[in-house]
Design a protein around this ligand. Sequence first.
Ligand SMILES: Cc1cc2nc3c(=O)[nH]c(=O)nc-3n(C[C@H](O)[C@H](O)[C@H](O)COP(=O)(O)OP(=O)(O)OC[C@H]3O[C@@H](n4cnc5c(N)ncnc54)[C@H](O)[C@@H]3O)c2cc1C
Length: 361
Amino acid sequence: MDTVAIIGAGVSGLSMANYLEKNNIAYHIYERRQKDDLKGHGFILPKEGIENLSNIINIEELYSRGSFLKKYIHYAQNGEILSEKDLEDVFVISRSALIEILSQNIPADKISYTKTLALSGFSDGKANLQFEDNTTLEADIVIASDGSRSRIRRKIFQDEVMKAVLENEVVNIIENAEIANQIETNFLKFHHNDGGLTFGILKLSSTKILWYCQFDITKFFINEDYTPDCIRQFMVDHFGDWNPLVSSIINQSSYENAHIWRVYELEKLNPFYHENIAFIGDAAHPLIPFTSQGVTSALKDSYTLTQLILEEKDLQEAFRKYESERRPEIETHIKNGRILLNQFLLPLDQQPKDTLPISYK
Ligand SMILES: Cc1cc2nc3c(=O)[nH]c(=O)nc-3n(C[C@H](O)[C@H](O)[C@H](O)COP(=O)(O)OP(=O)(O)OC[C@H]3O[C@@H](n4cnc5c(N)ncnc54)[C@H](O)[C@@H]3O)c2cc1C
């Protein structure tokens, strides 16, 4: 059987490794970060994402590390309810918990940390993999799962244009059992009267909540030092006089781990493969946060690609089918993401009543 080199141990690379492990296909993962460096905040997983995960991990463990959201409530900044919608099997979990769970089935000798790929070129239809420590590697198949700023993708598709999205986010996770209890299993989102600014709250566990703010970068500016103090000041300036639940969260939060999320998208999608390299997850198709489909799409990519590698004798045919199966759904999420972005920019009196914070295909 061919050997597979997976570049990047985020959700897409780790889920691919889980599928390969299950199907006894030889592989090795190369990851830039250190093993315990589990940055990031939270993920929303619609039903399909959970179903997909149940094929490769102990689903009870997943359930014990996050929580289901039952209702989406959209509020005005003063707390008046604009609309409510029931959510069906939408789950929220921290990024670190999901990465940890996905790593559990990978034997230690099949993953190398602090190993950063610097692709050098191609010979005989195969990528020459070179790492920053100057070691080199040959593999029959290369899975590029190195995220939205994929170095491999940029080296191959040198004409691609990554453009900044109008919206950026501040994300934070805080310990607060009282607020976690108060918001129950609801997903709350507050919207500025004039649009272009929202505040979302989700319960991660009985003691932890995740909050995030989405802001229109043409209207709201944050000091680019990005220190905890700058982020706190930005939040107090813009949310200090909102509904008491929002303002109390802003005032009580520690900002040591708050993160500014700069959002980028590809002007045009590239092919999902090149020679013996297949792109999965954000490396193939960065999705904007409004879709809530980044993780589920990554999981579906790795499942589809593994099935096709197993079924097809010819690698190029497997890659071609992979792209034709996955691309239309990704294009739908990109289109829906733009619709959700435009709605976010609208003032309250123009907000639609039936929007969900998720893109469905
Ligand atoms: C640090 C971090 C925090 C994040 N936090 C959130 C969050 O809070 N909420 C959210 O919705 N999304 C978050 N995301 C994005 C989210 O993880 C992805 O949208 C989604 O899960 C798809 O995952 P992915 O595996 O395709 O990409 P990613 O999650 O970006 O994973 C890519 C992996 O590849 C590794 N890598 C990159 N370049 C190289 C290289 N040259 N050689 C070797 N390894 C390399 C990276 O270290 C990373 O582990 C985060 C991503 C990162 C990297």
